[in-house]
Write a protein that binds this ligand. Structure first.
Ligand SMILES: [Zn+2]
Ligand SMILES: [Zn+2]
Length: 425
C-alpha cells in the first residue's frame, strides 16, 4: 500500500498542483500539520512532524479543500504559491482558490492564518466554513481572523489580507455541495465545541474527526454516523488508552484504541492516527501505530508531508522523503530483516544504495575551530564511475580533548550540497 500512484513523481510536498481547474483520476489528501496542541521542534518529534493541524484535499474535479489552519498552513501556502508562480514567486499570475473548513478555534487549529501568503494576494479567493462560537457570537470565524491579525499580537492588520473571502456559519448535521464533493458535518465532544467533517468526493470519502473525547452518547453516535464506510478516517489519537482513562480524562481528546473501535464499527477502509501529543516522541507514535495495527491492520500514523491518493483502486499512501539528513549514494552489502505487507517476516541479502547522514564524531590530532568547515572522506565501495571514497562537507559543532592522549573529540554535522540534493530524488 505504499507504492506511488501511476504518473507520480517526487514526494508529497514537491508535487504540488495548482492545476486546480483540471480533472484528475484521484482525490489527493496531503498532511501539512499533524501535531496537536502546540508545534514542536524537538529532534525526537521530527519524523512525524511538529506543525499543528492542516490538511489539504484536492477533489478529482480540482476543487481544493483546506481542513484547519494550524501552523502547517504556512507550508501549504508556500507550496501553492510556488506552484502558482514558479520559483521567482512573482505575485499573482494564477488564482488560488480553496474552501477552508475549520473544526474549532483553539490555537492549534488557527495559528497558521497570519502566515499563509495566499491570503495576502488580491486575486486569490477563499471560502471559510465554521460554527458560531457561544463565546464570540455571530461571525465567529471572521472575528477570529481579525483577532489573529490585531494589535498588539501581529505587526499588520486585516486590511493587508487582500484575498477575497467569504464566510459561512455551519452547525452539526449539515450537508452541502461544492461542485461534485458533498460535505457533511457532525458535532464532536470537545471543550467549547468542535465539528467533524466528511467529504465525499467522486473518488472516495475522507472523514476528518479530530479533537474529540469519546464517552458521550450523542457525539459518539454522531461520529459513528459521520465515519460510516469512509475510505479514510482521520481520528484524534493524542493519548495512550491509559492516559485517556486517567490523567487526561476530560481534556477533549482520544486514543488509538478508540480509533480502532470506531474504525471497526463504522467499517472504514483506512484509519489515520492524528493530533499527536507534543510530548509524544516519534517512538511513542510508533508504539501507538504498531499497537493499533495489531487490532486494525489498515492503520496509519499521520506524518507531515504524507499523501493519500483515493482512486478506483483504493487508497495509496505516499510518505515524504526523509527530512532528517542528506543522502549519499554508495554500495554496501547488508542483511535486511523485516515484515512484509501480509504480516510475514523476511530476511535477505541486499545492497545499500544510499544512506542518510547527519554527522559524526571524530578523533583528531588537530583542534578545528567551532563552526568552521571540515571535509571528511570515508572509505566506501563507491559506484561505477564514481570515486570509492565518501566525501562529505561538515561543520564543527563540538571540540574537546578526547579519550586518546593528545587528541580531540570533534563532533561534526554534515552540510547539504548540490550532489546530496540530487541524490534525494
Ligand atoms: Zn487541537
Ligand atoms: Zn481543541
Amino acid at each position: 500500500m505504499t507504492q506511488a500512484a501511476p504518473g507520480y513523481t517526487g514526494d508529497a510536498t514537491g508535487e504540488h498542483m495548482v492545476r486546480a481547474a483540471m480533472t484528475q483520476r484521484n482525490a489527493k489528501l496531503v498532511f501539512w500539520g499533524v501535531r496537536g496542541s502546540t508545534p514542536t521542534i524537538e529532534r525526537n518529534t521530527w519524523r512525524y512532524g511538529g506543525n499543528t493541524p492542516c490538511l489539504e484535499l484536492t477533489a478529482p474535479d480540482g476543487s481544493r479543500f483546506i481542513l484547519d489552519c494550524g501552523t502547517g498552513l504556512r507550508m501549504l501556502g508556500n507550496s501553492l504559491r510556488q506552484a502558482a508562480h514558479g520559483q521567482d514567486a512573482e505575485p499573482g499570475r494564477e488564482t488560488i482558490e480553496a474552501h477552508i473548513l475549520v473544526t474549532h478555534y483553539h490555537w492549534d487549529h488557527i495559528q497558521g492564518i497570519p502566515f499563509f501568503h495566499p491570503f495576502f494576494e488580491s486575486r486569490n479567493r477563499f471560502h471559510f466554513y465554521s460554527f458560531q462560537s457561544k463565546v464570540l457570537g455571530p461571525n465567529s470565524l471572521r472575528q477570529v481572523l481579525e483577532a489573529q491579525l490585531s494589535s498588539p499580537y501581529f505587526p499588520v492588520d486585516l486590511s493587508t489580507m487582500s484575498a477575497a473571502r467569504s464566510f459561512r456559519e455551519v452547525g452539526g448535521g449539515e450537508t452541502w455541495e461544492v461542485r461534485s464533493t458533498r460535505i457533511t458535518t457532525a458535532w464532536l465532544n470537545h471543550p467549547q465545541g468542535c465539528l467533524g467533517y466528511r467529504l465525499d468526493t467522486a473518488m472516495g470519502s475522507v472523514v476528518y474527526a479530530t479533537d474529540n473525547e469519546p464517552g458521550v452518547a450523542e457525539t459518539d453516535r454522531n461520529l459513528l454516523g459521520l465515519a460510516r464506510g469512509a475510505d479514510v478516517l482521520i481520528y484524534d489519537a493524542q493519548y495512550s488508552p491509559e492516559q485517556l482513562a486517567s490523567t487526561r480524562k476530560g481534556w477533549g481528546h482520544s486514543s488509538w484504541l478508540e480509533g480502532v473501535r470506531i474504525a471497526r464499527e463504522a467499517k472504514v477502509a483506512n484509519l489515520v492516527l492524528f493530533h499527536h501529543d507534543p510530548d509524544s516522541s516519534s517512538t511513542v507514535v510508533d508504539g501507538f501505530l504498531s499497537a493499533a495495527r495489531q487490532e486494525f491492520p489498515a492503520t496509519w500514523a499521520a506524518m507531515e508531508g504524507m499523501a493519500m491518493h483515493l482512486s478506483e483502486r483504493g487508497v495509496d499512501v505516499v510518505l515524504p522523503g526523509s527530512r532528517l539528513g542528506q543522502r549519499r549514494r554508495l554500495r554496501l552489502g547488508a542483511t535486511v530483516s523485516g515484515t512484509n505487507e501480509d504480516g510475514g517476516t523476511f530476511q535477505e541479502r541486499a545492497t545499500v544504495r544510499d544512506l542518510s547522514l547527519q554527522g559524526a564524531y571524530l578523533c583528531l590530532g588537530n583542534r578545528p575551530r567551532l563552526q568552521s568547515e571540515l571535509t571528511v572522506e570515508m572509505d566506501a565501495a563507491g559506484q561505477e564511475g564514481r570515486p570509492g571514497a565518501l566525501s562529505l562537507r561538515a561543520l564543527v559543532v563540538h571540540c574537546e580533548p578526547g579519550g586518546e592522549k593528545d587528541h580531540n573529540g570533534v563532533g561534526v554535522v554534515f552540510i547539504e550540497d548540490g550532489e546530496a540534493e540530487s541524490a534525494q530524488m
